[in-house]
Every structure is written in C-alpha cells, then in structure tokens.
Design a protein. Structure first.
Length: 232
C-alpha cells in the first residue's frame, strides 16, 4: 500500500470515493522529517495494513489537510495517533469545528516543519483555497485539487458516459488543471499568481497529486503548464 518515492517520502493509495456522484481516487503522502517525525498529507482511509506500515516508519506527529475537501479521514487518524497535531487552512478548520487544529496554515510553514517543508497558499477564490507543499529533500511538490490528472482508462472504467465532463473541466492527463468551475471562481487572481510564482521558484523535480496519475518527470515544466490558466 505504501510506495517509497524517496528515502524520506512515501505515497499511499487510498479508496475510490464519490464526489457529487463521480468517482475519485485518493492518495496520501507521508514525509519523514530529519528528526524522525512523520508528516501525513491528506490522510486516506486508515486500514490495519496501512497502519502497520506507517508505524514501521516512525511516530506520526502531523496530520495535514491541504483544503476543506480533504478532511474525511482526519478524525480516525487522530484517534489512532492522539499525539499527532492537526493542521489545515482556516477553511478546513471552520468546516471541521469538531476537531482541534493548530493555527491556520497560510503562506509560511510552521517552525515545526522546518527545514523539511515549504508551502504556498493559493487564495483569491470565493469557493475554496488550497495549500501546496514542497518536500525539500526530494524537491517534490504536493498538490491536492489544484491539479487533477485522470487517465482515459480510469475515466472509461469509473466515469463511463460522464467522462466528457472531465475533458470539459480540464482534468485529464493532457490538461492537468483545477476544475473549470474552481478556476472561474478566482475573482482575485493576484494572490494565486504570487503562490504560483513561489511554487515555480522551487524548481521541483517531481510532483505528487491526490487525484489521478502521477507525473514522473519534468516537475517544474508540468507545474508551469498546469498553472498557466492563472495568466500574468
């Protein structure tokens, strides 16, 4: 269930979940900090097998929601690892008022994550914001819903007739964008452009996305293409 992509970075494939009646694959990222602590981004469903594999990597200290849609399994992970700290942007914190978070994530990573993680806050939309992360040791950008890359095989199998919606929305491997309706909701694009510029300054080699196929090369070029809709 865990795939190691760097000596200090792993991805975990989760279940397929339904969102407005359409199927979405899920994926989590686990980073091991220099001090041995584990940082879990967008936790997927916690199974006994996954927990056993995670426990072999080190102590779980941070559970991270990148946006208000990636919160489904935070509660079960927190119950399993009560010492772990919960993190997310203010939009997630408002949505999950039943959980106790640390201070809201913004443009700069909290000191607990240095020197392993950097981040960029994409905001300016009336619908949703998102934090994009950089795992510094592996030069990997970690993106939730701002980039979705569904393969044609996945869409044929899981979306069937409705796969044309993914093409219209820009969610295929060749387009690799945020959904059109979300892009359209950025009525103030200046903050998102600043975040985009910060992401591109990282000069990433790799990109991990939550939904769809993983890009395997030319990370910075992939990011530049995926964020071209921001203009400027």
């Amino acid at each position: 269930m865990l795939e190691q992509v760097h000596e200090a970075l792993w991805v975990a494939e989760g279940d397929i979940v339904s969102f407005f009646g359409l199927s979405y694959p899920t994926r989590s990222v686990i980073a091991r900090f220099e001090n041995g602590d584990l940082w879990l981004w967008s936790p997927v469903k916690l199974t006994a097998d996954l927990r056993a594999q995670v426990d072999r990597l080190g102590p779980v200290r941070h559970l991270v929601s990148p946006n208000k849609l990636h919160h489904l399994y935070l509660q079960e992970w927190k119950a399993a690892y009560p010492e772990a700290l919960l993190w997310g942007p203010q939009s997630t914190i408002r949505k999950r008022s039943d959980l106790s978070f640390r201070e809201a994530l913004k443009d700069m990573p909290p000191p607990e994550w240095l020197p392993d993680i950097d981040q960029a806050w994409f905001r300016g939309s009336f619908a949703m914001d998102e934090i994009v992360f950089l795992h510094r040791p592996s030069a990997t950008a970690i993106v939730a819903d701002l980039i979705q890359t569904f393969s044609d095989d996945f869409l044929r199998k899981h979306w069937g007739f409705w796969r044309f919606l993914a093409r219209l929305d820009g969610l295929t491997q060749g387009q690799a964008c945020a959904p059109l309706e979300w892009r359209s909701s950025f009525t103030n694009r200046a903050p998102a452009r600043r975040a985009r510029d910060k992401v591109l300054s990282w000069n990433c080699q790799h990109v991990v996305v939550a939904h769809g196929e993983l890009p395997h090369a030319n990370g910075n070029a992939f990011l530049a293409k995926s964020f071209r809709w921001l203009g400027g």
